[in-house]
Design a binder for this molecule. Sequence first.
Ligand code: AR6
Length: 336
Amino acid sequence: MPLYIVRNDITTMQVDAIVNAAKESLLGGGGVDGAIHRAAGPQLLDECRTLGGCKTGQAKITKGYRLPARHVIHTVGPIWRGGGHGERELLVSAYRSSLELALEHDCQTVAFPLISSGAYGYPKDEALKVAVDTIGDFLLRHDMSVYLVVFDRAAYTIGEKLFADIASYIDDNYVQEHADRREVERHRGIFASQQSVCLEEKSLWAPAPCATTPESLDEALGMLDESFSQMLLRKIDQAGITDAQCYKKANIDRKLFSKIRSNIHYKPSKPTAMAFAVALELPLEEARELLQKAGYAFSHSSKFDIIVEYFIAHGNYNIFEINEALFAFDQSLLGG
Ligand code: AR6
């Protein structure tokens, strides 16, 4: 089930559990901890007093009291001391312990703040990466919807190198959009052979080939090509993966997948179609074909499209990393 990255105040979220970035005493503090205690009311502190504290990397659960959330999971992230003191492992453990506890208490929706990224000084971009990787890994094995709540903009400045690479890819492709496409591509030697140029052009501009001209509309409709849903299911089989592995990797909700499976004419949104192309690890050409089945193409006039295309072209099919990048560039996300 999906991971959503949202900008919000965690105390307002209507989920089964919100996670608190607490300190070992569990007796309240500043930051998100203070905000949660203020919103939940004094009974939360009363219950916290009975818990006997919590070690760094572990988690404990209480009720939510006046919060819209049913539970609060209190976890303690590491204090950043330069990165060489097991901070990453402890932060991973704080997320994992919280997720396991949520599972034990049948929580289907959970919201996390960016643990350790405030008073505890963990660099925000790295804290975000640990959060996305750890939650993403957990969601491949469990059905749960997780919200990663990012409070301030600085948190989602992704790694500088990746950001710069994507930014220049976007620039290049915007430029390309305004130049004569074939000329630019020949210049760059993108296509190794004439044959691939034809393939490329056909998939982008030419109408689908049609052997005979149908006599009537009925006949034309009887000549429908394979649909998106049919191609998706066929490619899942070819990849030798299960449906569940596919929709989890696509960050797509099980219910949406069932709809697509049961309705061969289902028309997914563009982010959904792209999410499946990523989950199936399709090379760019096949990703284009799948998108085309849903009536879409990669457009070089859209940053969203160019970013997804960048990752596919670089063989990076980690949907959570793609979403981090989309988020950093203020785009909507793939899948959930
Ligand atoms: N909703 C969502 N995120 C928030 C909110 C909110 N209402 N308020 C702050 N954040 P921090 P830590 C973000 O300092 O680094 C406490 O005093 C904030 O922008 O709350 O784990 C505890 O008692 C930041 O990105 O937690 C501990 O002593 C993130 O939440 C210590 O701070 C975490 O910042 C824990 O430090």
